[in-house]
Design a protein. Structure first.
Length: 196
């Protein structure tokens, strides 16, 4: 399982770099590149697994996605908070974070200011893919199974949460706090609809 998780992270990082290169080399819109990559990876995963789910996972793996610290705090919630804090620090206190905002706001202006726009775009797409892999591992851990169909439809919830949080699809606007608020809002609505 640990080897599989490492392969998932490496594969997702490679997919992010490849998507980023496609984006910067050919000027394909990010949304189109990621949509095409998602469909391609679903197909490849289906071919590799022959559409059979993986169900023989060790019990310790379930703790990652469904375990609690001191019997109170869910481990996925701690992972969410940790990633949120890391992103908050990076976006607000580092030159890379400011570069991301600059590239999203005005690519040409960012380039003229000396920012390596291509590098920033590729790194952002790689980071997004790695966090998506982490999300997939957590879902797999919760249900103690692995399938290439897990996560289908989640992308729309993610986009909705980010937009509700104040981010702009055209780029250059959005904060980590806003995304967290949008995520909590979407989670409450989806949970309430399920309960109803």
């Amino acid at each position: 399982v640990i080897v599989g998780m490492l392969i998932a992270f490496i594969t997702s990082a490679a997919a992010g770099v490849f998507s980023g290169i496609m984006r910067v080399m050919f000027g394909i819109p990010t949304f189109i590149v990621t949509l095409a990559m998602m469909k391609a990876l679903y197909g490849i995963a289906g071919m590799i697994t022959k559409s059979f789910p993986i169900t023989t996972l060790p019990l310790w793996f379930n703790k990652l996605g469904a375990g609690y610290v001191f019997g109170v705090v869910p481990i996925p919630a701690l992972i969410l908070i940790a990633i949120f804090l890391i992103v908050l620090i990076i976006m607000n206190t580092t030159s890379f974070g400011r570069s991301v905002y600059a590239v999203g706001g005005n690519e040409e202006s960012a380039r003229l200011c000396g920012i390596n726009v291509r590098k920033v775009k590729i790194l952002v797409m790689m980071i997004v893919q790695i966090t998506a892999a982490l999300g997939g591992i957590l879902v797999s851990s919760q249900v103690m199974a692995g399938s290439h169909t897990f996560g289908k439809g989640y992308e729309l919830n993610v986009i909705a949460a980010v937009i509700i949080g104040g981010a702009s699809l055209s780029g250059g606007r959005g904060k980590a706090w806003g995304t967290l608020v949008g995520l909590v809002f979407m989670g409450i609505i989806l949970n309430a609809m399920t309960l109803l």
